[in-house]
Design a protein around this ligand. Structure first.
Ligand SMILES: [Fe+2]
Length: 244
């Protein structure tokens, strides 16, 4: 099944004045659409057509550069659009799960903002800045080059991305020219903490489910142990029979 370019969850002009309509339109209909069609071309007729984009990216070192670049581009932009909203901005609620995780990781929202801005500013050339979650639910900030992301097995720091900022020039040059810093500041005016909070909850849920499963395991372990014990006694019996 071919991957499909997702619709934007708002109009092309909805994020103005922070991100202009023309940039959003070209970014979605040309760049994101391009990554999507090239990804589909790269996986056509292979088993990857049946895989999820997450599964493809997690083992991306086994695939071609075309899959890495365009699969990354497809996934990253899909997450990017939903990291923003016309009703965005502000901070995550301090008593929310995400707000608590943020305080645990960065002490204050301002520290988070400073570290994220640094990651986005210092990413040399084209790439992305990310807010991610570890398997244990801890937040961290990282950046990746080109269309790589922290889901990929080739990433320096791996985790589940819950917010991403595109710092390719195509994301801001029409409105901000070389002023990447102004574009990064504008991103904080539209960042959608509600959606990012949902992603944080989803990313930390499987870990809890695994813990619950692990807690339930003693029963199956006991059953397996009983089975193994039963099996272990069999040869002894047959040896006995042989002796007879
Ligand atoms: Fe982009």
């Amino acid at each position: 099944m071919a991957f499909k370019l997702p619709d934007l969850p708002y109009g092309y002009d909805a994020l103005q004045p922070h991100i202009d309509e023309k940039t959003m339109n070209i970014h979605h209909t040309k760049h994101h659409a391009g990554y999507t069609s090239k990804l589909n071309a790269a996986i056509e007729g292979t088993d990857l057509e049946k895989a999820s984009i997450e599964d493809i990216l997690k083992k991306v070192s086994k695939h071609s550069d075309a899959v890495r670049n365009n699969g990354g581009g497809f996934y990253n932009h899909s997450l990017f659009w939903k990291s923003m909203s016309p009703a965005g901005g502000g901070q995550p609620g301090k008593t929310s799960k995400l707000g608590k995780a943020m305080i645990k990781a960065f002490k204050t929202y301002d520290n988070f903002k400073e570290q994220f801005t640094k990651a986005a500013t210092t990413r040399f050339g084209s790439g992305w800045a990310w807010l991610c979650v570890t398997r244990t639910g801890n937040l961290f900030i990282t950046s990746t080059p080109n269309q790589d992301n922290p889901l990929m097995d080739v990433a320096d720091k791996k985790g589940t991305p819950i917010a991403g900022l595109d710092v390719w020039e195509h994301a801001y040059y029409l409105n901000y020219q070389n002023k990447r810093g102004d574009y990064i500041s504008a991103f904080f005016e539209v960042i959608d903490w509600k959606e990012i909070g949902k992603r944080y909850a989803a990313a930390t849920k499987p870990a809890k489910a695994k813990t619950a499963k692990a807690k339930a395991k003693p029963t199956s372990v006991t059953k397996a142990a009983t089975k193994a014990k039963a099996k272990a006694t069999k040869p002894a019996r047959s040896i006995k029979k042989k002796k007879k």
